[in-house]
Design a protein around this ligand. Structure first.
Ligand SMILES: Cc1ncc(C[n+]2csc(CCOP(=O)(O)OP(=O)(O)O)c2C)c(N)n1
Ligand SMILES: [Mg+2]
Length: 591
């Protein structure tokens, strides 16, 4: 017989976990002790449970193995929430195990509607229900045995996501047989109707003269990135990507035109907006892609969506959207059968022109004017000096927009928590990524604001001796919010610059015993920076540095700020008309 806690630890070992991210506490101490004694597992102690959930989230993003966090009841469990939400919105499987008060102490015992009975008792299961695929309180060792398998299976099947298992202290200590049911993860891929999906796609393609594929995050999640890249090259069909999709292929692919959306590359946005067919593979086309007004998205196109989650197709309500609920793991079968008429020369040459004109051309007009560093050049340099297979965990804000607009992926693994996008993600995610891949270069890429949100994890980096480059794109403000205030709030920088400040990051680095460099010139960004062990790379930018281009409210994604001349705009919109309102025209050419 073993204890419930030992059973949990052994279960984790059997599903292939290596690291359990935690900050301990009374209500989880038995489980933490058991994990500590299990030779297959390593406990990773972080300084805030939020970091544990975010590090666990990153494990799957880099290694396709479920990440695990463990926390105590009450504040420990609630601190996990932001990280769990990251996994939920981005379809990342992660397993969170929380300790709960003894059942005899719990508020459910006496039936009165009190707020709390046991110390730190909190109903975490109900709190995380909207941001997990499954969350459950186990009441006995029998339930524990069943629910661990059930939760893990749910997390890993279909559209993946986080799960939480809440374990009362009495269940942690109860004795049970060490019987581990065999886990067979169901695969949807075998049951997909490949013929029907191929026929549907062939029908859409046969009508199209100007097709484009939108490569979403779901492609690599299904592990079919190589087959898709090969097929696109074969057929000569141009493709654009979402943020989540752009990590999965070499950006030198001849068919790649750029990433799309509010912060998209101009050329990619023009191509997408002028297509007559958009084939969307594993992307939910959120508002950052389609803009706040989806009617303006690919106005002249049929949008054919393949997504594992039927709700992501239902949400469009038909019209020019069609498609099928489909596990992209079976995509190679479809690609093998689908009929593709040759892409017209007119379309190909237009796409090539858009790519030549705009791809890799982002510049910072502020940097030019003020003679300060351009974040675009900094990011392009980073992608050159990093190893070709480096892992880049990115945070949020303007910094993450610059990164996605100009980082050139070779075999890099570049990711961010795109849907939830919390400040403070990148340092925690980089810790998870580095532990799982000690031999690969890891870069935590942050704005100064986001970096401060989980700055305490520098001690985790130091304690574990994790060699990683921690880049701070330091504009001394919440740049993305400030730019929003420029557009809509008469440049009142309330709470974005006014009320906000940064510490001396050099002294922060020294306090944590980490290496540090202040970068004020491009020449300072040398390849050796990536090889010096744990280092903070403090990149000094003007607070006025903007995201360029960026969409303003009300405009379609192909008409971003700074506004192109009418001539260039019309040249880009060669096939579909996106009229500009009179007031914008007037602003662009004052009489
Ligand atoms: C936890 C959290 N709080 C607030 C926000 C809203 N928000 C998004 S970006 C941002 C500013 C980020 O500043 P910084 O990291 O310095 O990036 P910059 O825009 O300056 O590049 C804020 C406040 C958020 N995304 N997450
Ligand atoms: Mg900033």
């Amino acid at each position: 017989m073993i204890t419930g806690s030992e059973y949990i630890a052994e279960f984790l070992a059997r599903i292939g976990s290596k690291h359990v991210f935690t900050l301990t506490g009374g209500a989880c101490a038995f489980m933490i002790d058991a994990v500590g004694r299990n030779p297959a597992l390593e406990l990773i102690c972080v300084q805030n449970e939020q970091a544990a959930a975010m590090a666990a989230d990153a494990v799957w993003r880099v290694n396709k193995r479920i990440g695990v966090s463990m926390a105590t009841s009450g504040p420990g469990a609630t601190n996990l929430i932001t990280g769990i939400a990251c996994s939920y919105f981005d379809s990342i499987p992660s397993l969170h195990i929380t300790g709960q008060v003894n059942q005899r102490e719990s508020s459910s015992v006496h039936g009165a509607k009190v707020r709390q009975s046991g110390f730190q008792e909190t109903n975490i299961v109900d709190m995380v229900r909207p941001i997990t695929k499954y969350a459950v309180l186990v009441r006995s060792v029998e339930e524990l045995r069943e629910e661990l398998v059930k939760a893990y299976t749910i997390a890993m099947t279909g559209r993946r996501g986080p799960v939480l298992v809440d374990v009362p202290m009495d269940v942690q200590q109860a004795m049970m047989e060490p019987d581990f049911p065999e886990i067979v993860l169901p695969t949807l891929a075998d049951s997909q109707d490949v013929e029907a999906v191929a026929a549907g796609l062939s029908a859409s393609l046969s009508q199209a003269r100007r097709p484009v594929v939108l490569w979403g995050g779901g492609v690599a999640m299904a592990g079919v990135e190589e087959q898709l890249a090969g097929w696109l090259a074969d057929k000569g069909i141009p493709f654009v990507s979402s943020w989540a999709g752009m990590t999965a292929f070499d950006h030198d692919h001849p068919g790649f035109v750029g990433q799309i959306g509010v912060y998209g590359n101009r050329g990619a946005n023009f191509v997408l907006q002028n297509a007559d067919l958009v084939v969307v593979l594993g992307s939910r086309l959120d508002n950052r892609q389609r803009s706040g007004n989806p009617d303006n998205f690919a106005k002249g196109a049929v949008v054919h969506v393949l997504d594992v989650d039927v709700e992501e197709i239902n949400k469009y309500g038909g019209g020019r959207y069609r498609g099928a609920a489909f596990d992209l793991a079976a995509l190679p079968g479809v690609l093998g059968q689908v009929e593709t008429p040759p892409v017209s020369d007119e379309w190909s040459s237009y796409v090539q022109r858009m790519k030549r004109t705009y791809f890799g051309q982002e510049t910072s007009s502020t940097a030019l004017k003020l003679n300060t560093l351009s974040p675009y050049e900094v990011v392009r340099r980073l992608s050159e000096i990093a190893d070709e297979n480096a892992i880049v965990a990115a945070d949020t804000g303007a910094a993450v927009c610059w990164l996605h607009q100009s980082f050139k992926v070779k075999r890099h693994n570049l990711f961010t928590a795109g849907g939830n996008s919390p400040m403070g993600y990148a340092l925690c995610a980089a810790i998870g990524a580095k532990l799982e891949n000690p031999e690969r270069q890891v870069i935590s890429y942050n704005g100064d604001g986001g970096f401060q949100v989980n700055i305490q994890e520098l001690q985790t980096v130091k304690h574990l001796g994790l060699d990683m480059a921690i880049v701070i794109m330091n504009n001394g403000c919440y740049g993305i919010i400030k730019q929003f205030q420029d557009s809509y709030l008469q440049s009142r920088y309330t709470a974005s610059r006014d009320g906000y400040s940064t510490p001396d990051f050099g002294r922060i680095a020294a306090a944590y015993g980490l290496d540090y460099i202040r970068v004020e010139r491009m020449e300072d960004l040398t390849p050796d920076l990536m090889k010096r062990g744990a280092i903070i790379i403090d990149v000094i930018l003007s607070e006025q540095t903007l995201i360029e281009p960026k969409l303003e409210m009300g405009r379609p994604i192909n008409d971003q700020y700074p506004y192109l001349s009418d001539a260039a705009y019309e040249e880009g919109n060669r096939f579909v008309d996106y009229p500009r309102p009179e007031n914008l025209k007037k602003m662009l050419s004052p009489a």
